[in-house]
Design a protein around this ligand. Structure first.
Ligand SMILES: [Zn+2]
Length: 69
């Protein structure tokens, strides 16, 4: 399992990105821990539960199967 976090700073395209621990694009200043999951899809679902008004997307580099935009 991996630890997943959501970046609390919005990307330029309006997305909030979910990252796994160890990603080279991991947010450094403002992020929220989402939990440990086998799949990034579970982390994205948890992010949507906690932040229902955010457009949430997996990071292209560490969570590519959850990256949609
Ligand atoms: Zn990442």
């Amino acid at each position: 399992m991996k630890r997943y976090y959501i970046n609390n700073n919005m990307q330029s395209n309006g997305d909030y990105e979910v990252h796994a621990q160890g990603c080279s694009f991991f947010p450094t200043d403002d992020y929220t821990y989402l939990g440990e999951y086998y799949y990034c899809s579970s982390a994205v679902a948890e992010g949507k539960r906690r932040f229902p008004y955010r457009k949430i997307n997996g990071c292209y580099y560490c969570s590519r199967e959850c990256h949609t935009s």
